[in-house]
Every structure is written in C-alpha cells, then in structure tokens.
Write a protein that binds this ligand. Structure first.
Ligand SMILES: Cc1cc2nc3c(=O)[nH]c(=O)nc-3n(C[C@H](O)[C@H](O)[C@H](O)COP(=O)(O)OP(=O)(O)OC[C@H]3O[C@@H](n4cnc5c(N)ncnc54)[C@H](O)[C@@H]3O)c2cc1C
Length: 695
C-alpha cells in the first residue's frame, strides 16, 4: 500500500505524519521550504490541555522544555482586576491531579510555546520515526487521483512525483492543494490585527496570563494581552484599530514602555526586546475538506484567532480527528462515511467556533454593543473573553460531535453519563490490561477504540487477576468480537456514570455511547457505526473516476519503501520519468475548478452556495467585514466575504484558483505574518495584509 502524502511541514503536517506513524501508517511529507525553522519568539501558539497532551503523545518533547503552562488567568478593566482564575496544571502532567472524579473543574492550564520550538520538537520526533519521510525543497505543483490513489508532482531541486494512497493538504493559509481542488475559502479578511512583541522583563504576576481591557493610560490599545513564555519572556499583543494607523518602531517602543509602566506602578522596568511582529487574523472556512482521496487540514482548511480562539489548536484537532480515520481506511479500506465524517465533524465544529466569534465581535468591539442595553453586560464581556482564552464555552471548549454521521442509533441498553455522546471523555485514571494505572488520555491515538468499565472497588482487586473478576470475562469476549480493534480499561468511577456502566470511546477520545452493563450486541452495533459501517471501496466521484492510471505511476508503485518494515512503495527520486510532464496524464487531475462545490456542510447553513466558484475566488477580498466564513445561519453564501474589492485592501485575500499551483498568488494576504527582531525599521500600515508586517 502506498504511503499517505502530506503536503506541508508546518506543525499540522508534521503532527499528522506522527499521528499516522503511531498507527503504523507510513507517510511522505513534502515541503517547499528548506526544513529549518527560524527562531521567532513573537510567533507563539497556545494549546489547550487536551491538544498539548496529544502533541506530547506524538513524542514532541519541547512542550515540556520550552513551553509554559499558565498558572493563572487575570482579567483587568481600566484599573481593576475583574477576574482572577487559578488554572489547573494537573492535566499537563506537572502535578498530581485530583483523585476525586467529581471534583469541580478548575480550567486546565493552556500551554504557550514559540511555534519554532514546537515545530523543532515535532521534527525531532520525526527523525526517530522510520515510517515518515520528510522531503524539503519540494513544492507541490499538481495532484492527480484515480480509483486507487493519488499522484503528487513537485517542483524544485527534489522535483519528481510521488504516489500515495491519500493526500492531505496541510500547506497553510495559501494552500496550493485547496486551490488545485477548486475549493472556495470564504470569510473575512483582517478581522483583527495585533502588534506583537516578545520581550524579557519582570511583570507583577509571574506565570499568569493577562487580558487588560481599556487600560487607563494615554494612547493605549483597547485591549492588551500578556502571556508568559519560558525564561522570563512575555508575548504582549496590542489590539490595533481595524484600519488606518501606522505602527512605527518608535510608536511600538512607546507602547511597550507605557504598557510596562502602566503595569508596574508608573515606572518602566528594565526589559529586553527580543522579537516583534504583527498578527493579522482572518476568519475563513474552506467549503469542502475532502474531495475523494484528497483532504485539507489546519490553516489550509480554516483560519481563526479573534477573541481567544486558537488557529493551531484547531489544526491539531483536525489531526486528532483525521489520523485514526485515515489509518483505519489505510489498513482496512474504511467506508466512505468514515472519511466523510472528518469533514462533517471538524468543519461543523470550526464553523460553530467562527460563528461564536462572529457573534461576539460586534458586542465586544462595537463601541458599546450590548453594554448599551444590558446592565452588567461588561462583566459578561469579560467572562466571554476569559472563556475564549482559557478554553471554555463556545469560543474555547474542546468540541463535541453530537451530529456525527458516525453516531450509533439509539438502543435500549444505553445509560446517560456525565459526558454527552460525541463529546470528549474525561481524563480519568484507568487500569490498563497489564495492571498498571495510567491516564485514559495516554491510551488514545493508537488506532483502537477504548472500552471502559466503571467498576467501583477495583482499587483493591488483585491487579494480576483483574481480568478474571466480575463481568470482565464477558466484557472481554464482547470486545474481542467487535468489528474494530479495541482495548478494555477499568476505572473506579467516572463522572455521572453508574456502577458497571460500559463506555465505548473512539481513538480520538470522543464518547460513542455508554451502556448500563455489558450488552455485546449493542456494543458491536455502536462500534460498527463509529468505524463508518461496512467497508466499501473509496472511489473517486470526479469526472475521471475509474480511468486507468498511465504507465509511469505504475512504475513508481514499485519504487523504494518508506520504512523498511512496511515495504510500501513511495516514489523514489529516480523514478521521475514523469517529472515535468505535469497534468498530461489521463487520471483525474485536480485543478480544474469543477464548480462541484455546491453544498454547504455546516449544519444549519442550509442555503445553497450560489456564488460561482470560479468567479468568487478570483475576486479580491478586502477587509470589508461584510461576509462571514460560515454565513448567516439560513442564508445562501452567495454574498460572503470574498465579495467585491474595496480600496483599502491591496492584496487578494484568496489567491486565484490555479491549476498548476504555480505560486501566482503573490498578492494573497491570507495568513498571519511576522517580521524580524527588533532594531530594524518598523512600518505597519493597516487595511492591507501585505503591508501589515514589521520589517
Ligand atoms: C506573529 C504570529 C502570531 C501568531 N500567533 C498565534 C497564536 O497565538 N495562536 C495560534 O493558534 N496561531 C498563531 N499564529 C498562526 C499560526 O502560526 C498558524 O495557525 C500555524 O502556523 C498553522 O499551521 P499549519 O501547519 O496549518 O500551516 P503552516 O504553518 O502555514 O505550514 C504550511 C507549510 O506548508 C508548506 N507549503 C505551502 N505550500 C506548499 C506547496 N505548494 N508545496 C509544498 N509545501 C508547501 C509551507 O512551506 C509550510 O511549511 C500566529 C502567526 C503569526 C505570524
């Protein structure tokens, strides 16, 4: 079987390759870059506890060494502290967590790390992996797919072609894969912009993150965040006005000095400025995330980040959701429904997040908004923002997939537990088959379902014999008969679950169903639904479906293997008979804008997508916030943000659809950018993504 081709060695592509390797699936990661990360402390990312745990499971050690978990969250308005939360470090593994499963949840501490350190940790983990081949200086140019697989053509020194079982575009905001698929990427440009600085100093709340609204000093931004990084470094973000202003180096230094003085009783403390940047936040959502064997993940599929939402966190959620489905398909030829569920679950979850942010923004930033009408609403605003930043509520909580196509039909043996079906399960302490006590989270991401028995008193069982106790033999037998691999675990208690309840949990930690006792037939039916039902061949639906691949691709299938233990064929660099003959094959070459993107996948978005794909993506999007990535709940998307241009935005927010993916989107402004470190000239002009850099 051919490996999975991953386009893009950003954090999402690297994590996906590791998640697939953890499930014995080989991959080739193609990246147009040289494979080195420039240290950029101002480009840091926040991961919620569950995603930080997932990344650690993948073998990334830099989270521990170069990341920081916030010990608390502080909200200030004007001169007052309006909110102060202690954050729970337990889920991060640095402290003991509560033995009492009913203990009230202190929000789990998010983790903050420079993106270059995160990427380095992922690359180091990949270097220890035989199943992953990382190819640098390889720009994807064209993709073809047929009934059995995909072919990716690359340009550059390593220009050749690669045969894979599937291809996942993790190639960032300006995704070539997305453009080759002709998928629209509607939404809003420059929803928010922040001037960013990374600096070393001492602030009065070590280890805590701060959101300060309407600070009282002259000329301050409306909102400032300060988030700790290791070694006394802080990332500080100043919300910039929507358009117009320049941020010169002098203006930035003045902001830094007055902010630090404002926080430190009027005197600017000593500080060392390490890096600066501008983070321009766009809100966009790709219309489709899957076209047959080609899928999108990370920034290629969605952009978000305003009011505490976290783009990379969502990218890792894509990885978590997709990896086990792709692995199941790769090993067992999973059903179409299984891979389709990636798009329906993840796209709906991100759409929900974007909708929550879209609805919050006018209230929070609208110069009064609800405050005008509702007494106490300002306090509500602080709570909303706090939730977004610490990972609670619609802006931040881990998503549930209640309307998943993988949800099993209701059966009589079910019991309600504290976790709704489709939501992520709690990270309770469990006894593993070898008798050791571990966290449930440690057993995730290995391609198998978990079957969790709630058995009070197991703490006193003889660990050596626990599999023979009580209902265990019956449960063991039922689990052995399941249509997908599963592991039995036991726990003393689970929130809201009666004794002897049995929970079926997906490999990504979402609850499939809970049963009142051992019900083998129902457990089987639930596992079958959750793996997408009966296996069918995954056949392309495009116009070239079923056509035969040309000779060279076949030759390539016999090429060298990725990882000696798989023997799977990955295009060897010598097999480049087809090299430049891009697009001449008779397979289904992706790139033509087929206009097939006629459906809206987000649940309540029932309208038709009447905007012509071809036209819409070519129009310049402008930062006029007239549209929405998810659109109004019932309306057609015909008028969404890829609307006609307005004077202020010189760059096209979404580059033209390109068949060759030749990089012609030079004016494309999607994505955040950061500039080099201090000392250099700074010019930030608003209203245009292209000029919103600090140089
Ligand atoms: C200053 C700044 C601050 C930020 N702060 C935050 C934050 O606080 N929280 C947060 O979540 N996010 C933040 N971001 C955004 C975050 O960096 C992105 O969300 C993240 O990089 C997305 O990861 P990705 O892997 O999806 O894509 P990317 O990191 O963009 O990686 C895409 C990869 O694909 C490769 N590629 C592209 N096209 C091709 C092609 N045709 N062929 C081969 N390879 C290709 C590129 O070389 C690149 O390596 C910030 C960004 C900036 C600039």
């Amino acid at each position: 079987m051919d490996p999975v081709i991953i386009v893009g060695a950003g954090p999402v592509g690297l994590a996906l390759s590791l998640a697939l390797a953890a499930q014995s699936v080989p991959s080739v990661v193609l990246d147009e870059g040289p494979g080195k990360e420039e240290p950029r402390p101002a480009r840091s990312v926040v991961l919620r506890a569950d995603m930080a745990a997932m990344v650690e499971r993948l073998g990334c050690t830099t989270l521990r060494d170069e990341g920081v978990r916030w010990v608390g969250w502080r909200g200030m308005r004007r001169r007052q502290v309006v909110r102060h939360l202690a954050l729970d470090l337990g889920l991060g593994g640095t402290e003991e967590w509560s033995e009492d499963p009913a203990a009230p949840a202190t929000p789990a501490a998010p983790l903050h790390i420079p993106q270059h350190a995160l990427a380095r940790g992922l690359r180091d983990a990949i270097a220890r992996q035989k199943l992953i081949r990382l190819v640098t200086d390889a720009r994807l140019d064209t993709v073809e797919q047929d009934r059995d697989g995909v072919v990716a053509h690359t340009r550059g020194p390593a220009g050749t072609w690669w045969r894979g079982s599937h291809l996942v575009g993790c190639d960032g905001a300006r995704s070539t894969v997305r453009k080759l698929l002709g998928i629209r990427f509607p939404g809003r440009t420059a929803v928010e912009r922040h001037a960013v600085a990374a600096l070393r100093t001492e602030l009065p709340w070590p280890g805590e993150a701060l959101l300060h609204r309407q600070p009282p000093w002259r000329g301050a931004a409306d909102e400032i965040t300060a988030r700790p990084l290791p070694d006394g470094v802080w990332r500080i973000d100043w919300l910039l006005p929507p358009r117009g202003d320049l941020v010169t180096p002098d203006a930035l230094i003045a902001r830094i000095r007055e902010t630090l003085a404002g926080w430190c009783e009027g005197t600017t403390p000593p500080y060392e400025l390490i890096d600066t940047g501008v983070h321009t936040l766009h809100h966009r959502l790709a219309r489709r995330w899957r076209v047959d064997r080609v899928l999108l993940a990370g920034d290629a599929a969605h952009l978000l980040g305003a009011v505490g939402t976290q783009g990379l966190d969502e990218g890792f959620r894509d990885v978590d959701n997709l990896a086990w489905k792709l692995a199941h398909t790769w090993h067992h030829g999973g059903s179409d429904r299984l891979l389709d569920s990636y798009q329906s679950e993840r796209r709906a979850a991100v759409a929900h997040r974007l909708r929550a942010a879209d609805q919050s923004l006018p209230v929070l930033r609208g110069g009064g908004g609800l405050r005008t009408y509702l007494p106490g609403a300002t306090r509500g605003h602080d709570a909303l923002l706090t939730d977004g930043h610490v990972g609670r509520g619609p802006l931040g909580a881990p998503p549930a997939y209640p309307h998943s196509p993988l949800a099993p039909p209701y059966t009589g043996g079910r019991t309600p537990v504290g976790t709704p079906e489709g939501a992520p399960v709690e990270d309770v302490r469990v006894t593993a088959p070898d008798g050791t006590t571990v966290r449930l989270r440690d057993r995730l991401g290995q391609g198998r379902f978990l079957v969790l028995l709630i058995a009070p008193g197991t703490g006193v069982w003889d660990r050596r014999h626990w599999r023979g106790a009580g209902v265990m033999p019956r449960l063991d037998e039922a689990v052995r008969a399941l249509p997908a691999k599963a592991e039995v675990l036991v726990t003393e208690a689970y929130p809201g679950a009666p004794a002897h309840a049995v929970l079926l949990v997906r490999p990504d930690g979402h609850l499939v169903a809970a049963f009142a006792g051992v019900h083998p037939a129902e457990l089987y039916a639930a596992a079958d639904a959750a793996r997408g039902g009966t296996t069918e061949a995954t056949a392309p639906t495009g116009p070239a479906a079923g056509r035969k691949r040309p000779g060279p691709g076949r030759a390539l299938e016999a090429g060298s293997g990725v990882g000696s233990d798989t023997g799977s064929g990955v295009g060897s660099d010598t097999g480049s008979a087809v090299g430049p003959a891009v697009g001449t094959t008779t397979g289904s070459t992706i790139g033509s804008d087929t206009g097939a993107d006629s459906r809206s996948v987000v649940g309540p978005d029932t309208g038709t997508d009447s905007g012509a794909d071809s036209g819409a993506d070519r129009r310049s999007s402008t930062g006029s916030d007239t549209g929405s990535a998810v659109g109004p709940d019932r309306a057609s998307d015909s008028g969404s943000a890829v609307g006609p241009s307005s004077a202020s935005d010189t760059g096209s927010a979404v580059g033209p659809n390109s068949v060759s993916g030749s990089g012609s989107e030079s004016g494309s402004g999607v994505g955040a950018e950061s500039g080099p470190a201090v000392g250099s000239a700074v010019e930030v002009s608003t209203g245009s993504d292209r000029t919103a850099d600090i140089h």
